[in-house]
Write a protein that binds this ligand. Structure first.
Ligand code: URA
Length: 432
C-alpha cells in the first residue's frame, strides 16, 4: 500500500477499507507517513467526508494508538460528559459534583483552553494548590471515595489525536465533522468510561455554526459510541451567546460555586439540570427524567453537591476554604464598566469576540505556552432578551492592565441592540 494512492482514492471520493485506515493511522503515529501526506489526506476527508464505517474504524484506530484506561475498579456505571467547547462553559464544575452527589462516579479527563474557548483544567488551577496530575491509583481511589475527580489528560492517551490535532490546527482541517467526531470519541473511549453524554454546541462561540451541523456531529458521535457498545447520547445547546455571566478562570469558578449554592444564572442551571438528568438515566440510577431532575435539585438544596466539589478540591491539594468562602480568591486590580451607547433590547450577543477579549486580558492562551492570569475576565450584565438603558453597564471588565479602546469597542460591537422586544433564548434545543 502507498499513502499517495490512498490520498488519491479519498480525493476521488472512494471509500477506504479498514486495512487502509489502519495503514494511515499506524503509519502516521509511527512516523512512516510524513505530516505533508497526512495533511493532504485530511484535507481530502474535509471535502469528501467519511462514511459511518470509515469513521468508526478511524476512531478505533486512534483510540488504540496509546494507553486505554482501565477504570473497572471504580464501582458503578461511569458516565462521562463532553462539551464541544465554548465561551463561559463551566458546566463540568457544576454538573460533575451534582451527578457525583447522586452516587454516579464521575471520572473525568479534561483539556486546557486554546484561543477563544476556556479549558476546565485552567479554571480548576485557579484554585490555589489544585493538582491536575495525580496517579491513576489516586484518581480511582478518589472517584470511589467522593464520586468525582477531574484530572489532566494522560500524555499517552490517543497519541494519534495529539499529532493529528496539532496538524489540523495549522492546515485548516479542524472544522470537519468525521475528524472532530473521531478526535473526541477516541479520547472518551480510551478514557475508560461506560457511557457518554455529549453537549454539542452551535452558534458563534462554537465549532459548529448551525444547529443542523451540531445535529449531524452529534449523530456521528452517537453512531461511533453505539457501534462500540457504549450508551452515547447528546444534548444540542446554544452557544450563540456565552453560557452564564462569567468569562475567565476565577470568575467562572466563582460562578460555578454560586450555582452549587443555588444561585445560578438560569441558562447554566438549565443546561446542567438537563444534561445531568440524562447522565442519571445512563447510570441506571432512575429511569424517570422527572425523578432525576428532582434528585439533582435536591443535592443543590441540601449542599451535597457543593460539599463534593470541596472534597474533590481538597483531595487534589487545593484549598477547600476557597470553595466555602469564594471572597478569598485573588481579585483583578480594577473593574471597568463598559456602558451601552443606546437603549433597547439585546438582540444578539456574540460569544467569540468576548472570549477573545478575555484571552487578550490575559485570561487565555494565544499559543499553548502562554501563561494565564486567573483573576481577569468579564462579567456580563446584559444578555439576549434583556432591556438596557443608555449608559447602563453591558459588561464589567476585570483587568490587571486597564482596557484599551480596541477591546472596549470589541465588547460594544459584540452586542446588537434593537428597539423591538426580543425573547430570551432557550438553552437546550434538543436531545439526540
Ligand atoms: N475537540 C476535540 O477534542 N477535537 C476536535 O477535533 C474538536 C474539538
Amino acid at each position: 500500500m502507498r499513502m499517495v494512492d490512498l490520498i488519491e482514492k479519498k480525493k476521488e471520493g472512494f471509500v477506504h477499507t479498514q486495512e487502509e485506515i489502519h495503514f494511515i493511522i499506524d503509519g502516521y503515529v509511527h512516523e512512516r507517513i510524513p505530516d505533508y501526506q497526512m495533511s493532504a489526506w485530511m484535507m481530502a476527508v474535509c471535502f469528501q467526508g467519511l462514511n459511518k464505517e470509515e469513521t468508526a474504524w478511524l476512531t478505533e484506530e486512534m483510540m488504540y494508538s496509546g494507553d486505554i484506561l482501565d477504570l473497572s475498579s471504580i464501582q458503578g456505571v461511569k458516565v462521562d460528559k463532553h462539551s464541544t467547547g465554548g465561551v463561559g462553559d463551566k458546566t463540568s464544575l457544576v454538573l460533575g459534583p451534582m451527578v457525583g452527589a447522586c452516587h454516579v462516579p464521575v471520572a473525568k479527563m479534561s483539556g486546557r483552553g486554546l484561543g477563544h474557548t476556556g479549558g476546565t483544567l485552567d479554571k480548576l488551577e485557579s484554585i490555589p494548590g489544585f493538582q491536575i496530575q495525580i496517579t491513576q491509583d489516586d484518581f480511582i481511589k478518589q472517584v470511589n471515595d467522593c464520586h468525582f475527580s477531574i484530572i489532566g489528560q494522560n500524555a499517552n492517551l490517543v497519541p494519534a489525536d495529539q499529532k493529528m490535532y496539532a496538524l489540523r490546527d495549522v492546515t485548516g482541517t479542524v472544522a470537519c465533522i468525521p475528524l472532530i467526531a473521531s478526535s473526541i470519541m477516541s479520547k472518551k473511549l480510551a478514557a475508560g468510561t461506560d457511557a457518554i453524554l455529549l453537549d454539542v454546541k452551535y452558534g458563534d462561540g462554537a465549532f459548529m455554526k448551525t444547529k443542523e451541523d451540531a445535529r449531524l456531529l452529534a449523530q456521528t458521535m452517537i453512531d461511533i459510541g453505539t457501534s462500540l457498545g457504549k450508551d452515547t447520547r447528546a444534548v444540542i445547546s446554544d452557544m450563540s451567546q456565552p453560557l452564564g455571566n462569567a468569562i475567565g478562570n476565577t470568575l467562572e469558578v466563582k460562578e460555578a460555586i454560586a450555582a452549587l449554592n443555588g444561585q445560578s444564572p438560569d441558562d447554566l442551571l438549565e443546561l446542567c439540570l438537563q444534561s445531568a438528568s440524562y447522565m442519571l438515566l445512563q447510570a441506571h440510577i432512575t429511569n424517570s427524567l422527572e425523578k432525576a431532575r428532582e434528585m439533582l435539585e435536591e443535592v443543590i438544596k441540601n449542599k451535597k453537591a457543593l460539599n463534593i466539589f470541596a472534597q474533590m478540591v481538597k483531595a487534589q491539594g487545593g484549598s477547600e476554604e476557597y470553595i466555602f468562602n469564594p471572597e478569598l480568591f485573588e481579585k483583578a486590580k480594577e473593574v471597568i464598566a463598559v456602558k451601552s451607547p443606546r437603549e433597547g433590547y439585546i438582540k444578539d450577543l456574540k460569544a467569540k469576540p468576548l472570549g477573545i477579549v478575555s484571552m487578550k486580558l490575559g485570561g487565555g492562551r494565544e499559543t499553548k505556552d502562554d501563561c494565564i492570569d486567573y483573576s481577569v475576565g468579564l462579567i456580563l450584565n446584559k444578555k439576549i432578551g434583556d432591556f438596557v438603558q443608555i449608559d447602563e453597564p453591558l459588561v464589567y471588565v476585570h483587568t490587571n492592565s486597564g482596557l484599551s479602546e480596541e477591546l472596549k469597542t470589541t465588547i460594544i460591537n459584540a452586542y446588537t441592540i434593537s428597539t423591538k422586544y426580543v425573547e430570551k433564548r432557550k438553552q437546550v434545543d434538543e436531545i439526540v
